[in-house]
Ligand binder design. Structure first.
Ligand SMILES: [Zn+2]
Length: 383
């Protein structure tokens, strides 16, 4: 279903002038991270900025099982469920119990109990284990003007637990249209209330919103880009991570034909312009999801261009796996290892920031800010 090995698509993807050769030169003296780890058993390779403990039917693994998987390779991780629950509609799938949104035509609905669940399993951990996790609030409806009130209520009910909100979705291929009730929108004031509260409380935000519609035509401005930029600019005080650089399984990187290249930017140029925009200094991107990794490592040209982009903006990208309740270490680490060709081409400074440093900066600042908000706004905050 995805645009597998479509060189034309990938040409457009990361069509920033690459400095692959330069980066290659740097790799001579710097062993790639996972090679180092394999050779020496070295620890603490990355922090996971995008991790789902539970799936679309609220099943998953326990934090202790996840700690087993993390072992010594992963120092810290976000911790969240999925705010949407796939209904098991007997009328639709009979005895077949769907566990993924593509398994059923029945709708998805917001399952707010996920936040209480995440808080309870986090609280059951020892302090040293808790220190490795940043739990996130997801169980709110971003199309509901009361959505922000849910977030506030979760902080007040479970003070000392949460670092941020998300991953939550506005535009997501196959998913948005299945959510029961009003369809979410980047222009909905309900979303503005959520982001305004995130800024007030200091919560870091992980937002999934596809930059474009599925099967978009080449040479066309991505349909949701203008709305996304306007939304981000309305909330300059919120620390926002745009998940997956705006991409999806079939929402592929923006393509531009050779003829249109002078007037239409491709995906890398769009990202580059946003990173240069002083009004978007609060914007970061995560490079999570194996679907994103597939685009990035699809050809030597793509690898060079992605590495050049990360080296140009080392402070603005975070690695995450976007794994969902992984069954073991193999599927979990597979995503990190897919990036190996890119890790090899990063400067040591960039590599460290994308794998860990930017996580520490954003999530530690959010932790401090949210604890301060709780201290000022929640009575009897446990210390
Ligand atoms: Zn995700």
């Amino acid at each position: 279903m995805r645009m597998k090995n479509d060189p034309h698509a990938l040409y457009g993807v990361f069509a920033l002038a690459g400095c692959a050769l330069l980066a290659w030169g740097l790799t001579v003296s710097v062993a790639p991270a996972s090679a180092r780890a394999q050779a020496s058993g070295a620890a603490n390779e990355f922090y996971d900025s995008h991790f789902h403990l539970t799936n679309y039917v609220q099943q998953g693994i326990t934090p202790r099982e996840f700690l087993q998987i993390m072992g010594t390779r992963v120092g810290r991780s976000t911790l969240f469920g999925i705010p949407l629950q796939q209904q098991w509609s007997y009328a639709n799938s009979g005895d077949f119990a769907p566990t993924y949104y593509l398994h059923s035509d029945a709708p998805l609905y917001y399952y707010s109990f996920t936040d209480a669940y995440i808080a309870s399993v986090y609280r059951a951990l020892a302090p040293a284990e808790q220190a490795r996790f940043d739990p996130m609030i997801t169980g709110f409806n971003p199309a509901d003007m009361y959505g922000a009130d849910h977030v506030r209520r979760v902080l007040k009910t479970f003070p000392g637990v949460f670092t941020g909100i998300g991953e939550f979705s506005i535009h997501k291929e196959f998913v948005s249209a299945k959510v029961s009730g009003e369809t979410a929108s980047l222009t909905n004031p309900a979303l503005d209330r959520v982001l305004a509260f995130a800024a007030e409380a200091g919560l870091v935000v992980i937002l999934h919103s596809d930059i474009d519609m599925p099967f978009a035509k080449a040479d066309a401005e991505p349909v949701y880009l203008t709305q996304m930029k306007a939304l981000l600019k309305r909330h300059p005080k919120a620390a926002i991570i745009w998940a997956h650089v705006g991409l999806g399984r079939i929402v592929h990187p923006v393509q531009v034909s050779a003829e249109a290249a002078e007037r239409s930017p491709n995906h890398m140029e769009i990202v580059d312009a946003m990173l240069l925009d002083p009004a978007l200094r609060h914007l970061n991107f995560d490079i999570s999801w194996d679907e994103v990794a597939k685009y990035a490592v699809s050809s030597p040209e793509a690898i060079g261009r992605v590495a050049a982009m990360l080296n140009k903006y080392p402070d603005r990208f975070l690695f995450g796996t976007d794994t969902v309740a992984p069954a073991g270490a193999a599927p979990y680490f597979a995503v990190f290892d897919m990036w190996e060709p890119v890790w090899k081409r990063l400067t040591p400074e960039t590599s460290l920031k994308v794998r860990k440093g930017n996580y520490v900066r954003l999530f530690d600042e959010a932790r401090r800010n949210v604890r301060a908000w709780e201290k000022a706004n929640v009575k009897d905050t446990p210390r």
